[in-house]
Design a protein around this ligand. Structure first.
Ligand code: NAP
Ligand code: 3JM
Length: 341
């Protein structure tokens, strides 16, 4: 059978922070899109978004039957995906879903192309592939090459997550709070449980019985599934900070094998999707402002943790809307069409 040259693609949640980035990345990477279908809720019906120089209409997800769509890039929230991703999948569309809903389903692959591209093959069971959480993605891109060389036993991670991870309204909330404060007005809060401007909130997603948040447990569970190794112990603290784009992570790693900062630097310099930015004497290290609009996961502050026999500390930053969400999904779709469709 002759290989199809182009694919009809639906972007579901097209008007959101992730969806808009998805549209931009499809265009930038010249993804072989035949027809594009932009979908959102009734609220957005009639809006138009530019793709390849044309204003494309935004349609209503509920009314789409997905019969002539090959690939669906979904980011409409977990509840909406739980209902519509299986419908699209049943109609023959392969869904790459950005929400947490399917991630831990044993019949759904959870993929970061630099780490476990081979897992994509499992899409055939449900026609759904899950994109991991933004904080998990940038962490595992860095952990994988270190694990392959030194075998990781335990990871302690603390995150500094930007407001764009909570969507468009969250970005507006930070802007409006800053404006209000400078105008001596009381800042309003709708999205976050506390004022986010000039603050840090150690609370992302909801709290669980064990005292952790769901966001923290996503990092624990997803890491094991993607790395294909349940023995890696991960403990996380996830914090929202008043940054618009770019998540940062302080990562402490303990390994089986003897590990050195020089060895880690060498491993990371050869790793796909990673850029070492580490000249602290010149005040050079990764920061969210530098990660914005780039594809790489930036790593710096590589140093020994001498409180344990084999320990390393790292500082890792990436654009959460790109590698943390839309870019990772498009990279999955690229492998899908290259190897499987
Ligand atoms: P957002 O900016 O709030 O956008 C939400 C999108 O979902 C909008 O396009 C919205 O359409 C659409 N939507 C909401 N309800 C819908 C419905 N009933 N039917 C169809 N479309 C509906 O949020 P976001 O940051 O793009 O994130 C979206 C989802 O992606 C998250 O909920 C999460 O599960 C996942 N995600 C986000 C990130 C991240 O870094 N932001 C990372 C990984 C995964 P309207 O404009 O019509 O309301
Ligand atoms: C990132 O609909 C929702 O409750 C979405 C919540 C959400 C998620 C999630 O759980 O899918 C917001 C931001 C994520 C994520 O990537 O896990």
């Amino acid at each position: 059978m002759a290989r199809k040259r182009s694919y009809n693609v639906a972007v579901v949640g097209a008007t959101g922070a992730v969806g808009r980035e998805m549209i931009k990345i499809l265009e930038e990477r010249d993804f072989p899109v035949g027809r594009i279908r932009l979908l959102a809720s009734e609220r957005s019906a009639g809006e138009r978004i530019e793709f390849r120089g044309r204003d494309e209409p935004v349609g209503v997800l509920e009314k789409e039957d997905f019969k002539d769509i090959d690939i669906g890039l979904f980011s409409p929230g977990a509840r909406v995906s739980s209902e519509y991703a299986p419908k699209a999948a049943k109609a023959g569309c392969v869904v790459v879903d950005n929400t947490s809903f399917f991630r831990m389903d044993p019949d759904v692959p959870l993929v970061v192309p630099e780490v476990n591209p081979q897992a994509i093959e499992g899409f055939r069971k449900k026609n759904i592939i899950a994109n991991p959480n933004c904080s998990t993605i940038q962490m595992v891109v860095v952990l994988k090459p270190i694990h392959d060389r030194y075998r990781i036993k335990r990871v302690v991670v603390s995150t500094y997550q930007s407001v764009s991870g909570a969507g468009r309204e969250a970005m507006d909330e930070l802007s409006e709070q800053i404006r209000s404060i400078f105008n001596m007005k009381e800042p309003e809060k709708k999205v976050f449980p506390h004022q986010i401007a000039f603050n840090c909130i150690p609370h992302i997603d909801t709290f669980l019985e064990n005292g952790y948040t769901k966001e923290e447990m996503k990092m624990v569970e997803e890491t094991k599934k993607i790395m294909g190794d349940d023995s890696i112990r991960v403990t996380a603290t996830t914090v929202r900070v008043p940054v618009f784009i770019g998540h940062s992570e302080s990562i402490n790693i303990e390994t089986e094998q003897e590990i050195t900062p020089e060895g880690v630097r060498e491993v990371l310099e050869g790793a796909e999707g990673v850029r070492v930015v580490d000249e602290p004497r010149m005040s050079i290290y990764p920061m969210p402002l530098d990660a914005h609009d780039t594809d790489d996961v930036l790593v710096g502050r590589i140093r020994r943790d001498d409180t344990v026999p084999n320990g390393i500390n790292l500082w890792v930053v990436a654009d959460n809307l790109r590698k943390g969400a839309a870019l990772n999904a498009v990279q999955i779709a690229e492998i899908l069409i290259d190897r499987y469709l």
